[in-house]
Ligand binder design. Structure first.
Ligand code: ADP
Length: 319
């Protein structure tokens, strides 16, 4: 293999840049040429492709977002779209592709691999919802952004003796809510992996009230439902002054944490090694702090396991 392509696709995540840097530098280290494809699969179809040099990825390890931009591309879900992509890759003499993104992006990578073009996936999404890796790139940064928000909201919640419902991202996964709720000392955490238990939330709020607690923080994963609706239900059930904050896209931005930069560097570099070893249709991951890889088939057919012991722990600690 002489030429490798790299793209970022789907929802952006802090640390994608560190992964692009790792792929690029590791390729150059191995005397491979590396080409950056802009705007995900859309740019692949359009031929928006340029050579990356050592300096092209300088000064990006600390930046959120993605230097290669990201996009969603419906056309790539079709055979014709995928063939156009392969034609472009052939035109540029690219022999292997590294796809940095989430589950949807990996489905594109799998289609290319099935059509004979070797791809490796690098998991990057704030949601931490991908099987085959304990952590995805961007999760730790988003988590820290949420913690900062919880700490700030807690100050005003205390001053005004209010109950706050904070809705966090995560799509169908509860990891962001669970980890941020545990780290932020939330009174209740609602995640899609566990049944929405309004009664339990209300009991906890009342118990806190009785012992003179001035504020309460409830973390709700977006996969459970609307924070605004949940806030209304709490207010109706308790008559406590309840406010709702939907954190939104602030969770997707910002400089990546050290942990995400290190994860991105390790996964990005390993993806290059995998291509060189002749692997294809696989995703690199980190399990128990060891680099691993799994077939994309396995990744799609398994479900990311949210650590439900942490859920029980959060209940024990927020009595
Ligand atoms: P994420 O990678 O963050 O999960 P999406 O689900 O939006 O993001 O997927 C990103 C892109 O991956 C889509 O816009 C599309 O171009 C491509 N993609 C998604 N699913 C498929 C599929 N089944 N086949 C081919 N390409 C796909």
């Amino acid at each position: 293999m002489k030429r490798v392509g790299v793209l970022t696709s789907g929802g952006d995540a802090p640390g994608m840049n560190a992964a692009i840097r790792a792929v690029t530098r590791k390729c150059i280290y191995h005397n491979l040429e590396v080409y950056g494809i802009k705007n995900g699969y859309q740019g692949l179809i359009d031929g928006s492709i340029e050579k990356l040099e050592i300096g092209s990825v300088g000064d990006i390890i600390q930046r959120g977002g993605t230097k290669l931009f990201s996009a969603r591309c419906e056309e790539f879900k079709t055979d014709e779209g995928q063939q156009k992509g392969i034609d472009q890759l052939n035109k540029f003499g690219i022999e292997g592709l590294i796809v940095i993104g989430g589950d949807g992006s990996f489905r594109g990578a799998q289609m290319l691999t099935r059509k004979g073009f070797p791809c490796i996936g690098v998991p990057a999404t704030i949601d931490n919802d991908i099987a085959g890796t304990d952590f995805t790139i961007g999760f730790d940064t988003a988590l820290n952004t949420i913690i900062e928000a919880i700490d700030k909201i807690r100050d005003t919640a205390t001053s005004h003796e209010r109950t706050y419902v904070i809705e966090v991202m995560g799509r169908d996964a509860g990891d962001l809510a669970l980890w941020s709720g545990l780290a932020g000392g939330a009174e209740s955490i609602l995640i899609p992996e566990e049944q929405d238990d309004l009664e339990d939330v209300v009991v906890r709020l009342r118990r806190g009230q009785e012992r003179g607690k001035k504020h309460s923080i409830i973390i709700l994963a977006e996969g459970v439902g609307s924070g605004i609706e949940f806030g209304k239900r709490i207010k109706e059930a308790t008559n406590l002054e309840t406010r709702v904050t939907v954190l939104g896209h602030i969770q997707r931005g910002g400089p990546p944490t050290a942990s995400d930069r290190v994860l991105a560097s390790r996964l990005g570099a390993k993806a290059v090694d995998m291509l060189l070893a002749g692997k294809a249709g696989r995703m690199v991951g980190l399990e128990r702090n060891e680099l691993v890889d799994h077939s994309l088939e396995t990744v799609f057919s398994s479900k990311h396991k949210t650590n439900l012991d942490m859920y029980s722990l959060s209940k024990e600690l927020s009595i």
